[in-house]
Design a protein around this ligand. Structure first.
Ligand SMILES: C[S@@+](CC[C@H](N)C(=O)[O-])C[C@H]1O[C@@H](n2cnc3c(N)ncnc32)[C@H](O)[C@@H]1O
Ligand code: SF4
Length: 309
């Protein structure tokens, strides 16, 4: 039994026994490699960057000090408030983790997803997952928000999918396209979902954080943060329309981040449980998924007062 499996089992036993001091180490470790970003001036909605929040790249050797924890974790998540593909060691870390049987993930703007980087990431196979932030379905909207060419990011994503399939026996990558729903782009949600369906990747709709900032750049659109935020009732209404659209199109993979039914922590927990069972070969013997002891299904939120009828 490998380090990851041993740690996962120990952790499950300790949680079941209600232990408060654990011998197991965290199953997931989040770390940030870089605070710099290749989009300058920043995306209009990026609160941190528009407030001037930048930090230098981390020397990857720093992580060696935590190697006991890192080797035991089943999931390493790179969580930069910058662009992780700018970090020289990102692909090497992804390769080391996935070749050890660990899951590795990150979030990217996708503009650097090409060449050697794309090749090295595709070679990591099914244990690598990442999100690409799109927020648009047309070049006009993408430029308005990011000041960058849509064709570049879309071309990178399309080529990456083709490359991944070529290297991984026709399988699709674990790739999520994200879309922050704002007033300016909400009319592109359905075309965005169609794009994700065409590319056979998972679409994720997210809320604009309640952290207003004033954009440093201007790409032909007067972005006033506070005006771009939808009310809870509007997000609820968007969610209902998206659910109906997804049903009609037979899309079962749409994630609406503000919907309690799609709570990412719960979903991730279930996926990890599934993986644990699979890894142990328990499916072959008909074993059931282990009980999710910290999960109770939440009823769907009722329509907020004043919301769509
Ligand atoms: C800070 S970015 C870092 C990764 C990468 N540079 C990118 O943009 O994908 C991480 C995620 O935060 C999202 N994000 C940035 N500003 C946001 C805001 N004001 N509200 C909601 N999400 C935001 C981005 O769209 C992205 O999906
Ligand atoms: S690409 Fe990401 S980190 Fe860079 S400005 Fe846009 S949201 Fe912020």
């Amino acid at each position: 039994v490998g380090l990851v499996d041993r740690n996962r089992r120990l952790n499950a036993d300790e949680i079941r026994q209600g232990k408060t001091i654990l011998g197991s180490t965290p199953l997931q470790i989040n770390f940030e490699l870089i605070g710099y970003c290749n989009i300058v001036p920043p995306c209009l909605y990026c609160s941190g960057k528009n407030h001037g929040y930048n930090y230098a790249p981390l020397d990857a050797a720093y992580l060696d000090g935590y190697s006991d924890f890192i080797r035991n974790a089943e999931h390493l998540n790179e969580d930069s408030f910058g662009e992780p593909l700018m970090h020289k060691k990102l692909t090497a870390l992804a390769r080391t983790a996935t070749s050890r049987g660990q899951r590795f993930s990150f979030v990217s703007n996708g503009l650097l997803l090409s060449g050697t980087r794309a090749q090295e990431l595709a070679e990591c196979g099914e244990r690598l997952g990442f999100h690409v932030s799109l927020n648009a379905a047309t070049p006009e909207m993408y430029y308005k928000l990011h000041g960058q060419p849509f064709d570049k990011v879309l071309g990178n994503v399309e080529r990456y999918i083709a490359l991944y399939q070529e290297i991984n026996g026709g399988l699709s990558p674990d790739l999520v396209l994200t879309f922050i729903v704002m007033r300016v782009n909400r009319h592109e949600i359905f075309p965005f979902l169609e794009l994700a369906q065409r590319l056979r990747v998972r679409p994720l709709l997210a809320q604009l954080h309640d952290r207003p900032s004033i954009p440093l750049g201007k790409f032909g659109y007067d972005f006033v943060y506070e005006n771009e935020m939808l009310s809870p009732a509007e997000y609820f209404e968007v969610g209902e329309h998206v659910r109906a659209f997804a049903r009609e199109r037979g899309m079962e993979n749409v994630v609406i981040q503000w919907d309690p039914e799609y709570d990412s922590a719960v979903l991730s927990f279930h996926r990890d449980q599934d993986r644990a069972v699979e890894d142990a070969g328990a499916r072959a013997t008909g074993a059931k998924r282990p009980a999710a002891w910290n999960y109770s299904p939440q009823p769907r939120a009722a329509a907020p007062a004043g919301g769509p009828s």
